[in-house]
Design a protein around this ligand. Sequence first.
Ligand code: NDP
Length: 241
Amino acid sequence: MARVALVTGGTRGIGSAIAKALQQSGYKVASNYGGHDETAQHFRDETGIPVFKFDVSDAEACEAGIRAVEAELGPIDILVNNAGITRDAMFHKMTFDQWSAVIRTNLDSMFTCTRPVIEGMRERGFGRIILISSVNGQKGQMGQANYSAAKAGVIGFAKALAQENANKGVTVNVIAPGYIATEMVKAVPEEVLKSKILPLIPVGRLGEVEEIARGVVFLASDEAGFVTGSTLTINGGQYMA
Ligand code: NDP
């Protein structure tokens, strides 16, 4: 029986690559999106992966959304908490709305998406929880006090949850990407990219979404059963945590 994986924020960028890589590795995959500008509650993307619309910052919506995923695919064995947003501003100019939106989407989602699946994983004696943090949660980033706080919180959450569930066959790990060539980063002007961003990356290029996805496929596998509570840094050498 193929294991079931849910990838939050799986419609674009890193999440989309993760969903596709898991599908190619033989998992039954579901994606999620917030779809604030879209109306479709449930559809299939171009690769046939079912997509469920629910807001990861809303506990009730997540509970209902995850039950809908399980009704269609079966109990979730692998959860990838990937959905995330930025609302950048220097802290002395930051509004509470900017702070709160990022904390709710990037940190509250660790509770709202993980809580509905953890008991089932423990009962079945197998689970993989993979959380997408960021280099900016490891080193801090000016203009991103909200994002850095949330992404650092993800790492603490993983360490606590890993300890609670290690004897139940459930591992909990983090991937901390550096600059990855998603639409967001590609929108940065070529000049800024060359003069300000690439010099920070010893490997000398942006990361590809597939390079994050391959890390997820490893952490999801049986072979990674002894890896828990760890943070896999994939950033081209930008920051060595
Ligand atoms: P994108 O903006 O390309 O995609 C984000 C995804 O999350 C979309 O599918 C989006 O769908 C979904 N999403 C956003 N808010 C919600 C919500 N409230 N509920 C459900 N889904 C939501 O992001 P990236 O692929 O660039 O980033 C993915 C993850 O990787 C994020 O956690 C990000 O912080 C992290 N990361 C990215 C880096 C990069 O260089 N790109 C570097 C380090 C970390 P919709 O908009 O429809 O809601």
